[in-house]
Design a protein around this ligand. Structure first.
Ligand code: 13P
Length: 246
């Protein structure tokens, strides 16, 4: 099935008001490209960015599973939507590892985000040790099975992000990316039937202008989740263009 590509930037804990000019530059250049583009910004910038670039998809990076309540420091899906976000990442490895989030937490977050009306990018990925042990596909498929939201599969994307590839400049071989995405597609179809075939499968981890084209050429790679290279328009736009030219 032909799926329109999605290139999403994940700014992580980066970005101040002075960086809104970079958001504007990305949006201006990405407006007419034949691919979907989004920026997942720190919560502090979402409202200002969403007001400055109406119609562009601004996202969050995490949500709490509850709508409101005594959860100091957390942001709910309803709050993100209220601030102008249209999507959110859940299950990033920096939250799975850094904040101790498990598959059940991530499933609940994804369900809360979808229920609130946000699109969701659900992240999965293996550690270096798991890949070395030959358990990458089994590990990531099990992670996906346990964190997939109970839903119709619409408004959901999945990002395969090997932990060892994030911020390191290393990426899996093209064959390994293809093997993983084919396996994940199988799990999505098992979970959602035909709708699972329409779920976009993004690759994330050291995506750069220099490797984007070969990654986007892999079957079942429907876009990218980009960290460091999404912070500057000069790095991010060639990645967007590589997706648009597939
Ligand atoms: P890098 O592109 O900086 O490797 O980060 C990937 C990532 O974690 C996106 O969510």
């Amino acid at each position: 099935m032909a799926r329109r590509k999605l290139v999403a930037g994940n700014w992580k804990m980066n970005g101040l008001a002075t960086d809104l000019a970079e958001v504007a530059a990305i949006v201006a250049a990405a407006r007419d490209v034949a691919t979907d583009v989004a920026l997942c910004l720190p919560a502090t910038l979402i409202e200002r960015a969403a007001s400055a670039v109406p119609g562009f998809t601004v996202g969050g990076q995490d949500v709490h599973a509850a709508d409101k309540g005594a959860h100091t420091g957390c942001v709910s899906a309803v709050m993100l939507l209220d601030a102008g976000a249209r999507l959110t990442i859940v299950g990033h490895s920096e939250r799975r590892l850094g904040q101790g989030e498990g598959d059940a937490d991530i499933k609940a977050k994804a369900e809360a985000a979808l229920a609130a009306g946000l699109d969701v990018i659900l992240c999965v990925g293996e550690s270096d040790a798991e890949r070395e042990a030959g358990r990458a596909v089994a590990t990531v498929c099990a992670q996906l099975d346990a964190s997939l939201p109970s839903c119709d599969g619409v408004n959901l994307a999945v990002a395969y992000e090997p932990i060892w590839a994030i911020g390191t400049g290393k990426i899996p071989s093209i064959d390994d990316i293809g093997e993983m995405h084919a396996a994940l597609r199988g799990r999505l179809v098992a979970a959602y039937g035909e709708a699972g075939d329409a779920v976009r499968l993004l690759y994330g981890g050291s995506v750069k202008p220099s490797n984007a084209a070969e990654i986007f050429a892999v079957p079942d790679v429907d876009g990218a989740l980009v960290g460091g290279a999404s912070l500057k328009a000069a790095d991010f736009l060639p990645i967007v263009e590589a997706a648009a030219s597939r």
